[in-house]
Ligand binder design. Structure first.
Ligand code: MBD
Ligand code: FE
Length: 248
């Protein structure tokens, strides 16, 4: 019986061969493609994970949902940090711009019961599309927070609205998108990760209905269940987001 590596790799090769045949790819084109890939050898280390995530990470998180009944998971992206401030009701921002946003909802199990003690990590770009801790000018204490969920399961967090984000496009991955006539933008999004003993780790994102790039995310990760219509309360935007955790 074929092992898993044999099964998956041989089918990838077969799928690629079929494309090469269907489009009658020439030797010159093949050599040009290999030459293009060789740029990755000289590129910064993040370029290989970036191109893999660009094309395949969202597919892997879709697979995750074959084994889950809870709310829809989504790609983690490259900017998760473990060590971030614990928060009660507010994510620290530099206070120098950005529209106010309230994120509220609950963390429950499949039966709808609150998951007390769950750790809810939230992170997002600032109002200029920069991620703290990665842009060296923004301390990782900003635009990130970890909320410990209480016995009600509910949370309400104030922060600012993130904006669309351009993935690093100076290197070969950006060049690949350009060759294809595609743009390097992701729609504005908020990242979440929920951890609780006895439950599967739950990583997801929230997107905003009607916003730019929602229908053309460069990493093709937007899923309908993750596109939220922002509400408004007293002039402040409100994102409602519930997390339904699957048992481990
Ligand atoms: C991001 O901010 C992101 O969320 C993903 C999935 C990929 C690149 C940058
Ligand atoms: Fe992101």
């Amino acid at each position: 019986m074929a092992n898993r590596a044999e099964t998956v790799i041989s089918e990838i090769v077969k799928a690629v061969r079929e494309v090469l045949k269907r489009h009658d790819v020439t030797f010159e084109e093949y050599r040009a493609g290999v030459g293009f890939l060789m740029q990755y050898a000289k590129a910064p280390e993040y370029e290989i994970p970036l191109v893999c995530d660009l094309w395949f990470n969202a597919t892997i998180t879709d697979n995750e949902m074959n084994h889950r009944k809870g709310s829809v998971t989504n790609v983690e992206g490259p900017y998760f940090l473990e060590s971030i401030p614990t928060i009660t009701d507010r994510i620290k921002t530099r206070g120098d711009g950005g529209e106010e946003l309230i994120i509220e909802g609950k963390v429950v199990d499949l039966a709808g019961k609150p998951v007390e003690g769950a750790e809810l990590y939230i992170w997002h770009s600032d109002h200029e599309g920069e991620y703290s801790g990665f842009n060296p000018e923004i301390s990782p204490d900003f635009y990130r927070g970890k909320k410990i969920i209480d016995s009600t399961g509910a949370f309400s967090i104030r922060t600012v609205v993130p904006v669309p984000y351009m993935i690093p496009h100076q290197g070969p991955s950006g060049k690949m998108l350009e060759l294809m006539g595609r743009h390097p933008w992701r729609p504005a999004h908020v990242h979440f990760k929920v951890r609780a003993p006895g439950f599967l780790e739950h990583t997801t994102q929230a997107y905003f209905a009607g916003e730019k790039w929602v229908d053309s995310d460069c990493v093709e990760a937007v899923r309908p269940a993750l596109v939220h219509k922002l509400q408004e309360r007293g002039g402040v935007k409100v994102l409602k987001k519930d997390f339904v955790l699957d048992p481990a």
